[in-house]
Ligand binder design. Structure first.
Ligand code: NCD
Length: 327
C-alpha cells in the first residue's frame, strides 16, 4: 500500500498547502502564523473583521458532530469577508447515497477555494487531500489528529502565560482516543516543556506519541491521579472521555466520570495556572470553575477563531501584515 499522504512541511510557506498534521510545523512556521493571528485579533477587536478574503469561498464538510471547529471556521471566514457553504448534515449530501469521500471532495473543490473536513476515520482527511487540487484543512480525523485545535491550544498558552518554553503541562482524561491531546503533545515537543499524562490505564496516551516525544527529548511522566503533578502544573488540559470511540459502552460508563475538576481540586493548584479544555465538556469540569480566573476554555474558543482566520488567510496566500513582516 502506498505511504499515507501527510502533507508537506510548511517551511514558512503556507500558500496552497494542505493542513493535515502538526508534523508539518516547526517553530518558525508557528511563529509566522502567530504573528498573523496577533495582528488579526487586534483587527477583529477594533474593527470586527477585515475584507482580506472577499470573494474567497470555503467548503466545510463535517462527517461528525461539531460546534466549535465547524462554526469557528465559519465565523473566521466571515470575519475575513469570505463565504462558507457545506452540507447541513451528511444526510443531506450524496454521501448518504453512497458517494465516496474522494468524489465528495472533488465535487466541492469545483465550487470552493479551500475545503475543511472532519471525518470519523483516522487518515481519511489525508486521503481526501491527496485527490484534491485545492487546499484541504483537517478539522479532526477520528482518534487521529486535530492540528488546528493544537495550534489554537498553543496560541492560548502563549497568550495567557506569555511563553511556552519552560512550562509544565498536565493532560488529563481520555488520552487514548482524544485527538486534541495527540496533536497538542506533538506540537509542544517543538518547545522546552514537561508533560504529565493523567489517565486510567485503559485510556493512556498511545505509545507511538510517547515514543515520538521521547525521541525529541521531551520529559514525560504518566500517572493515575492528579495529586502529584497539580501543584507544579502551569497548564491543566482537561479532556472528555470520548464515548463515540468505545466499542464497549459498559467500559465507557465505568470510565466516563473518573476525573472531575472542581473548585476544591483547584485549591491545590498554582494561582497563575490555566485550565484548558477543547470542549464540549460533559461533567469533567464543574461549572463552578467557570468564574475562577484560571478558567481559560472560553477564551480558548475565541482565540480559536483568530487562529483559524490566520490559517485561512495564509493558506489562501493573503496576510494582514505588511510584506516585511510576512516571513
Ligand atoms: C474536540 C474534538 O472534536 O476532537 N472538540 C473540538 O474540536 N473542540 C474534543 C472533543 O470532542 O472532546
Amino acid at each position: 500500500m502506498a505511504e499515507l499522504y501527510k502533507g508537506e512541511s510548511i517551511n514558512s510557506d503556507y500558500c496552497g498547502r494542505d493542513i493535515l498534521s502538526v508534523d508539518q510545523f516547526d517553530r518558525r512556521s508557528v511563529d509566522m502564523l502567530f504573528r498573523e493571528v496577533d495582528a488579526t485579533a487586534t483587527l477583529v477587536e477594533t474593527e470586527g473583521g477585515t475584507d482580506l478574503l472577499r470573494r474567497k469561498f470555503i467548503a466545510n464538510i463535517f462527517f461528525e458532530p461539531s460546534t466549535r471547529t465547524d462554526f469557528s471556521f465559519r465565523f473566521a471566514a466571515l470575519r475575513h469577508g469570505a463565504s462558507v457553504e457545506g452540507p447541513h448534515g451528511i444526510q443531506f449530501s450524496s454521501v448518504s447515497k453512497g458517494e465516496s469521500l474522494q468524489d465528495t471532495v472533488r465535487s466541492f473543490e469545483q465550487y470552493a477555494d479551500l475545503t475543511v473536513i472532519r471525518h470519523p476515520q483516522i487518515g481519511a482527511v489525508a486521503v481526501a487531500a491527496a485527490v484534491s487540487e485545492k487546499p484541504v484543512i483537517n478539522g479532526g480525523d477520528g482518534a487521529g489528529e486535530h492540528p488546528t485545535q493544537a495550534l489554537l491550544d498553543l496560541y492560548t498558552i502563549r497568550r495567557k502565560l506569555g511563553a511556552i518554553d519552560g512550562k509544565k503541562i498536565t493532560m488529563i482524561g481520555d488520552l487514548k482516543n482524544g485527538r486534541t491531546v495527540h496533536s497538542l503533545a506533538k506540537l509542544l515537543s517543538l518547545y522546552d516543556v514537561e508533560i504529565n499524562y493523567v489517565s486510567p490505564q485503559e485510556l493512556q496516551m498511545p505509545e507511538e506519541y510517547v515514543a515520538a516525544l521521547s525521541a525529541r527529548g521531551v520529559s514525560q511522566d504518566s500517572m493515575r491521579t492528579l495529586d502529584g503533578p497539580l501543584p507544579e502544573t502551569d497548564v491543566l488540559y482537561v479532556t472528555r472521555v470520548q464515548g463515540e470511540r468505545f466499542l464497549d459502552q459498559a467500559e465507557y460508563h465505568r470510565l466516563k466520570d473518573i476525573y472531575r475538576i472542581t473548585p476544591e481540586v483547584l485549591e491545590k493548584a498554582k494561582s497563575d495556572m490555566i485550565v484548558m479544555h477543547p470542549l464540549p465538556r460533559v461533567g469533567e469540569i464543574a461549572t463552578e470553575v467557570d468564574t475562577d480566573p484560571r478558567a481559560a476554555y472560553f477564551d480558548q474558543m475565541k482565540y480559536g477563531m483568530y487562529v483559524r482566520m490566520g490559517l485561512l488567510a495564509l493558506v489562501l496566500g493573503r496576510s494582514v501584515l505588511p510584506p516585511a513582516l510576512q516571513k
